[in-house]
Every structure is written in structure tokens, then in C-alpha cells.
Design a protein around this ligand. Structure first.
Ligand code: NAD
Length: 257
């Protein structure tokens, strides 16, 4: 029960990494707000979590590219659970793997809105609550951004997705240095390609050959699984990680070495 008594808002928690992060947080005793645009899947995850930890999960519709929705999901945490201690900016979007000069402008805008501007909205929404917390010490609030190895070791065909994840890493480190004196921690995880619905878009097409080519670049020889990301996500927001800030942790089977 490493997160007992804490309340977390997890964006993009209807699917993939976010859903597993939400489940793991609930298993560790946290209250969880499942924030997503996919209402059907999000409500299912909330129901599953109710089975783990009754009364500890709620679904909140939130498009993280919209300021009102981001404020709404943080308000939902405070109204339902009385506080917010952890924000996981996990919702993400990518264009299909394609040449850089073919990426439509609307896709560029959406990628930066969902992957980067969401962090700006989220930070502004949680900061007043974090600063009002009475507890002392380095865990007045933690923000965890799910960035990507794409922001450190890019692959071709994903230029603007890669760039958005570099921005998320830069934001993590910049926020960490600015908010350290407030005892607010900001950290990130850089997952390698993982078995979620986004994988086909990263590869361009989901074929055995593409899968083999991607896996061949990972020294430990496999894709990441949601549980790999969730295990790191529990540690990084827990009190065990109280001296870690600005860390952008690769969970990548060695891909970035
Ligand atoms: N799967 C990978 O290979 C991989 C690798 C590195 C990083 N990531 C990152 O991990 C994060 C989670 O992705 P995933 O692989 O679990 O994908 P996924 O498709 O399973 O989950 C993404 C979730 O985000 C939600 N979402 C999309 N746009 C949203 C918006 N505007 N507002 C709210 N929710 C929105 C989707 O509805 C979905 O539930 C993303 O930030 C992604 O960029 C994924």
C-alpha cells in the first residue's frame, strides 16, 4: 500500500499504459480519477478498480487539449476525494509513421495540443492545490509525464511525435528545477515501443516484419508491456522516490544505451 491515502488523476487512463497505471495505483491504495475522451473504456477501467478498492475510482470525461476539461478533472478529484496529490500526464497522440513533408497541419497541432499543451494546462490546474497542501517535505505533489524514448532516440517517420516528446522531457526538467523549492516533484517515464493500440501507428503497419525490426533495436528483445510502465510509475510517485525530481526514466529494455 505504497500510495495509501493519496489521490491521483491519470489522463488517458481508458487504455494501454494509463489503464495499467490507474489499476496499479488503486492496488497500492490510492484514489484514482480516470480521465479520458473514451468514455466507454474509461468507465470500464473505473468499474474494474471499484472491484479492487471499493469507492476509490471515478471516471471523468476530459479532453486534455482543452483547458476547461483539464480543470474539470482536477476539480473532480478534489470534490470526490478532498485533494489531489499526483497528476499523471499520460494521454498521448501520434500521426501515422510517414514522411515529414506529408504530415498535415491539423495533425501537427493535435500532437502538440495532446502531448505538450496538456502538461501546461495540467500544471496550472494542480499547482494551487499542491501549494495549499499542509504536509511538509518533498511530496507536496508529484507530476509524472509519460514522454517516450522517441524524445531521446528518435526513429524516422515520426518527426513531430518525436519532437513533442522531447518537449515533454524539456518541460519535466524545467518544471522540476523551478518547483523544487516548493517541494513539488516533476518526473517522467520514457517507454520504448509498447503493446498498446498506438503501436501500429508508430510502426506504420502491424506486420510480423515490422515487429521484428522494432524489437531488434531493443537489447532485452521485446516490446514494453503496460505493467513495465506501471511498476515504474508507482515507484516514481511514491514517497520512496522523495529525492527524485527532473528524472526522465527510460523503461526501454536498453533501447537508449
Ligand atoms: N505504446 C507505445 O509504444 C508508447 C511508447 C512510448 C510512449 N508512449 C506514450 O504513452 C502514453 C500512453 O499511450 P498508450 O501507448 O498507452 O496508448 P493508448 O492508445 O492505449 O492510450 C492512450 C489513451 O489516451 C487517450 N487520449 C487520446 N487523446 C486524448 C485527449 N485529447 N484527451 C484525453 N485522453 C486522450 C485515448 O483515448 C487512450 O485511452 C502516450 O503519451 C504515448 O505517447 C507510448
Amino acid at each position: 500500500m505504497r500510495l495509501q491515502g493519496k489521490t491521483a488523476v491519470v489522463t488517458g487512463a481508458a487504455s494501454g499504459f494509463g489503464a495499467e497505471i490507474a489499476r496499479s495505483y488503486a492496488r497500492e491504495g490510492a484514489n484514482v480519477v480516470i480521465a479520458d475522451i473514451n468514455e466507454e473504456w474509461g468507465k470500464q477501467v473505473a468499474q474494474e478498480i471499484e472491484g479492487i478498492n471499493s469507492g476509490n475510482a471515478v471516471f471523468q470525461f476530459a479532453d486534455v487539449s482543452r483547458k476547461e476539461d483539464v480543470e474539470g478533472m482536477v476539480d473532480a478529484a478534489v470534490e470526490r476525494f478532498g485533494q489531489v496529490d499526483i497528476l499523471v500526464n499520460n494521454a498521448g497522440y501520434t500521426h501515422w509513421n510517414m514522411p515529414v513533408d506529408q504530415v498535415p497541419e491539423e495533425e501537427f497541432d493535435r500532437i502538440f495540443a495532446v502531448n505538450v499543451k496538456s502538461i501546461y494546462f495540467g500544471m496550472n490546474a494542480v499547482l494551487p492545490h499542491f501549494r495549499n497542501q499542509t504536509q511538509s517535505g518533498p511530496n507536496k505533489g508529484v507530476v509524472l509525464n509519460i514522454a517516450s524514448t522517441a524524445g531521446v532516440r528518435p526513429r524516422p517517420g515520426l518527426v513531430w511525435y518525436n519532437a513533442s516528446k522531447s518537449a515533454a522531457i524539456g518541460a519535466t526538467r524545467s518544471l522540476a528545477i523551478e518547483l523544487g523549492t516548493d517541494n513539488i516533484r516533476v518526473v517522467a517515464i520514457n517507454p520504448v515501443a509498447g503493446e498498446t493500440p498506438l503501436l501500429a501507428k508508430f510502426m506504420g503497419e502491424d506486420t510480423p516484419e515490422k515487429r521484428a525490426a522494432f524489437k531488434a533495436t531493443v537489447p532485452l528483445g521485446r516490446f514494453s508491456q503496460p505493467a513495465d510502465i506501471a511498476n515504474a510509475a508507482v515507484f516514481l510517485v511514491s514517497d520512496e522516490a522523495e529525492f527524485l525530481t527532473g528524472v526522465c526514466l527510460e523503461v526501454d529494455g536498453g533501447r537508449c544505451i
